[in-house]
Design a protein around this ligand. Structure first.
Ligand code: NAD
Length: 358
């Protein structure tokens, strides 16, 4: 077997060693493995969260991303009422191109990582995330001996269904029973989740405009739905009732809120807000922001349904409850004069028995 040696930036450190319940570094010279597992909170159950496999400028950046994403998983599971804590791990590329899927080197890397995950004795359960594949999870499970969630079913359609349920609930909250019918919806990013969100909104009677850096993909979907396209960067500023960010993070900033015509923001993209203070600025601007970790939980609900042996009908009903949750959050937020994000964090705080601040 080829030995892969990976230089480690020795001056790097974990900037916030106590940000998570546990932050575990994993090193293996034979396979070149450099990974960080962040287990944010296990109050509600074992920490579940995907494995990212990508390059990071430093160990500090990798650790920060693992910890931040792990904390978001804690909130997502708490709000979705799932019996998991929050966790995430990163396998650092260290500037190299990814090892080829199916190669012995990649197999050895994820087998070794699996052995390290197994040492957490089930406290960390990995799943697929950016840069990793179902087969990597199978390697972690079969060769590493760790518990891993590697359902054969893609979570994306379930994530989309949840986003649509969230969007619809927010529209009903605003416009009454008609919901999305007759509204204008703009979807930014029409990949596996966004395209399905656009289709569901269209089927619900909305006029849909789509945006993607892949303009061919956007044009094809617009043609399918009888809609239009808009430049990917201009999507947030397109005249619409609902803006659904389904591509990249931090598209809503303090600087651009004044230019967003939509009254509802509900999408799949994690970390939609550039910083938590944007939630209050959105409220002041009269824009209802459905927190991303509430709207995009359909995928984890499906994964849980898969491992729990739920029927399809049970899983779909559980995903659809995201809409009920959004209604409750918006009602609470309105009654208390707080943002939906603050209402969601209140709920997470109650579930976790500790105060979670933005
Ligand atoms: P994807 O890779 O299938 O699709 C992303 C799409 O966004 C692609 O079509 C890409 O061309 C486009 N895109 C990239 N940058 C863009 C930009 N700046 N402007 C407009 N379009 C851009 O990803 P996905 O699985 O559909 O996930 C979409 C988002 O939802 C991601 O932020 C992801 O983290 C989040 N999310 C996904 C799931 C899931 O189940 N897939 C679950 C929770 C959260």
């Amino acid at each position: 077997m080829t030995t892969v040696t990976t230089p480690t930036p020795m001056s790097d450190s974990i900037a916030e060693p106590w940000a998570s319940e546990q932050t575990i570094t994993c090193r293996d010279e034979r396979t070149g493995l450099r990974a960080i597992i962040a287990i944010d909170d296990t109050t509600l159950g074992p920490g579940f969260g995907g494995v990212r496999y990508r390059a990071y400028p430093s160990t500090t950046a990798a650790a920060r991303e693992a910890q931040r994403l792990a904390a978001a998983m804690t909130l997502k599971h708490a709000l979705a009422e799932l019996p998991y804590g929050g966790a995430k791990s990163v396998v650092m590329l260290d500037g190299r191109t990814p090892l080829a899927p199916g190669s012995p080197e990649r197999g050895a890397l994820f087998a070794r990582f699996g052995e390290m995950i197994a040492r957490t004795a089930g406290t960390y359960i990995p799943g697929v995330d950016m840069g990793t594949l179902l087969e990597d999870m199978q390697t972690i499970r079969d060769e590493g001996g760790a518990r891993a969630f590697c359902d054969e079913v893609s979570p994306s359609p379930f994530t989309a269904r949840g986003v649509h349920a969230a969007m619809r609930a927010a529209a009903v909250h605003h416009h009454g029973v008609g919901g999305l019918a007759g509204t204008e919806v703009v979807v930014q990013g029409v990949g596996s989740v966004g395209a399905e969100v656009a289709r569901l909104a269209h089927a619900d009677g909305a006029r849909v405009t789509v945006a993607d850096v892949d303009t061919v993909r956007a044009e094809a979907l617009a043609a399918e739905l009888g809609g239009r396209t808009v430049d990917a960067r201009q999507a947030p500023f397109h005249p619409a009732d609902v803006f659904s960010p389904c591509a990249v993070a931090r598209v809503v900033t303090r600087e651009n809120i004044g230019r967003i015509p939509a009254r509802i923001i509900a999408g799949a993209a994690n970390d939609t807000l550039d910083e938590p203070g944007c939630a209050e600025a959105l409220r002041e601007a009269g824009i209802t922001f459905v927190p991303d970790f509430v709207a995009n939980a359909g995928g984890v609900v499906q994964v849980h349904g898969g491992v729990s042996g739920w029927s399809d009908a049970q899983t779909l009903a559980a995903v659809d409850r995201i809409g009920d949750r959004v209604t409750e959050l918006l009602t609470t937020a309105e009654a208390q004069g707080i943002t939906p994000l603050a209402a969601a964090l209140q709920r997470a705080s109650a579930a976790l028995g500790r105060e979670i601040l933005t």
